[in-house]
Design a protein around this ligand. Structure first.
Ligand SMILES: C[S@@+](CC[C@H](N)C(=O)[O-])C[C@H]1O[C@@H](n2cnc3c(N)ncnc32)[C@H](O)[C@@H]1O
Length: 257
């Protein structure tokens, strides 16, 4: 126990990552498995090895952050965005500033761009995509994906916005141009303001209740009136009105004032 506490303090100092804001049981289980796999009997010796070996540190950070993603992940929700949420949002706002928070390798912000592009002039679209992990952001900027990341992409969208290069698929430049990637830690950095839609999916489940509440509050402050907050399919907000949000569809919330 003490070993893990000291380890988390050292990691915080070295990387700025506060492991205590992630659910402890899950996180410990994941890290114990990795430590044992690398052959260290305790966390302090694991830390020592890691601080002398960048590859090991990177492996550790990858395990903490869990980067899986895909285009149109949970397709029915994107359909709801396109058919129900977006039309009413566009009645109120001509330009949209969208933030894909914890965007991983870019599938999510590019999905947003592909959907918005069908209804909006590109000049009216701003998409900011952020993640804590610089490695995934570099991959996101390249915009090259294996076929398995595209399995939910509608055929017409695939034809319009992807170019096959051997076994990989490249996102079209007209989509890439709409997305700006930036490093951002949801648990410690300043939040973007005047955002019309926040998409933050499949990361809040890893945070403690306390950390989650803080993030919700910050997201709520980031949103403009009538702005939309789109969460992951296991991440309903308990009592959204405490964050000045109301439910407008499953996994979609709207800022009240
Ligand atoms: C499972 S992926 C989700 C990707 C995408 N949103 C989706 O639903 O497909 C989780 C992402 O959260 C990022 N992440 C973890 N902790 C974070 C933090 N404190 N701040 C910002 N991003 C974080 C990870 O780096 C990872 O890329």
């Amino acid at each position: 126990m003490k070993d893990y506490q000291e380890f988390t303090a050292l990691i915080h100092r070295k990387t700025g990552l506060n492991l205590h804001l992630y659910k402890e049981v899950q996180m410990k289980r994941r890290l114990n498995t990795l430590r044992e796999k690398r052959g260290y009997k305790d966390f302090l010796s694991y830390y020592k090895a890691m601080s002398e070996d960048d590859t090991m540190l990177k492996e550790f950070l990858d395990r903490v952050t869990i980067n899986v993603s895909e285009f149109y992940r949970n397709y029915p929700r994107w359909e709801a965005l396109e058919k129900n949420i977006l039309p009413s949002l566009l009645k109120k706002k001509r330009k949209l500033k969208v933030w894909s928070a914890a965007c991983s390798t870019g599938e999510e912000p590019y999905t947003i761009a592909m959907i918005l592009r069908q209804y909006m002039d590109p000049a009216d679209i701003t998409i900011l995509a952020t993640d804590i992990d610089e490695t995934v952001l570099e991959r996101a900027k390249k915009g090259l994906y294996p076929e398995r990341s595209l399995k939910e992409v509608p055929q017409a969208v695939k034809q319009q916005y992807f170019h096959q290069e051997g076994a990989l698929f490249r996102v079209d430049d007209s989509i890439k141009r709409l997305v700006q990637f930036k490093k951002h830690n949801l648990l410690s950095d300043r939040f973007e303001q005047n955002v019309d839609m926040i998409v933050c999916r499949n990361v809040l489940i890893y945070f403690t209740e306390e950390a989650k509440q803080k993030v919700y509050l910050n997201f709520s402050k980031s949103l403009t009136k009538d702005g939309v907050f789109f969460v992951g399919s296991t991440e309903q907000i308990f009592q959204p009105q405490q964050y000045d949000l109301s439910v407008i569809d499953n996994f979609f919330y709207q800022k009240q004032s």
